[in-house]
Design a binder for this molecule. Structure first.
Ligand code: FMN
Length: 199
């Protein structure tokens, strides 16, 4: 799939992965796409740790599971639809851990513009995920583990100056997911002033 609009319209959060390895060349392609993103002052404050090591992935998976079971699940219980809650729960309790690759994304708070370092990371994350989708890989943007920043730093070796921002599991999807459920853009778009709806 190479049409950009097709890729965008197919992007989903994948939390279950096939037992199939991902080639380094494919990881290089999606990381290359990531770094073509914009960033404030073009400081490119992103740092990526590509975790293939089973011990590292198990530690990240355990951290996600702990974060989910200690607070995330109770918080999300009444907020998420039953289907999404089931999917997130399955992801947090083994689905994400089973991905053959985890990409931990950090923000270098010394290199980046302090006020916008967080905002400068997520365009790169989205580029990476769209590029992954374009070559048949599944990803999910997850942030639950970044609440345990020190533990996540210790697992991947980030120094204190690099703030963990996201954990992205990468792998071939265990199964195809349907199209994303999204409201039409016109529901959230206004002409000239808020309230004068697009259509
Ligand atoms: C900022 C942010 C944080 C997220 N954190 C998590 C997370 O910790 N765990 C998880 O399973 N999904 C996480 N997600 C994924 C969302 O649940 C997902 O994008 C949303 O439900 C839409 O899913 P879909 O693209 O499959 O329709 C996160 C998404 C965003 C944008």
């Amino acid at each position: 799939m190479t049409d950009l609009f097709d890729v965008i319209h197919a992007q989903r959060a994948h939390r279950a992965f096939a037992d199939r390895p991902v080639a380094d060349a494919d990881l290089a392609r999606i990381l290359d796409a990531a770094v073509y993103a914009p960033s404030a002052e073009n400081k490119q404050p992103w740092e990526f740790v590509v975790v293939r090591d089973p011990a590292g992935r198990a530690a990240i998976g355990a951290l996600i599971e702990r974060a989910w079971n200690s607070a995330g699940k109770a918080f999300s219980h009444t907020r998420l639809s039953p289907a999404l809650l089931t999917d997130v729960d399955a992801g947090a309790t083994g689905g994400i851990a089973a991905a053959p690759v985890h990409i931990v994304v950090g923000a270098d708070t010394e290199r980046g513009l302090r006020q916008t370092v967080a905002e400068s990371i997520f365009p790169a994350v989205q580029n990476l995920m769209l590029a992954a989708g374009a070559i048949g890989l599944g990803t999910a943007l997850t942030t639950i583990a970044v609440g345990y920043a020190d533990e996540l730093r210790a697992i991947v070796g980030f120094p204190e100056t690099v703030r963990p921002m996201a954990v992205i599991p990468v792998g071939y999807p265990a199964r195809p997911l349907g199209p994303p459920a999204r409201e039409p853009f016109a529901h959230h778009t206004h002409r000239d002033r808020y309230g004068d709806r697009w259509a």
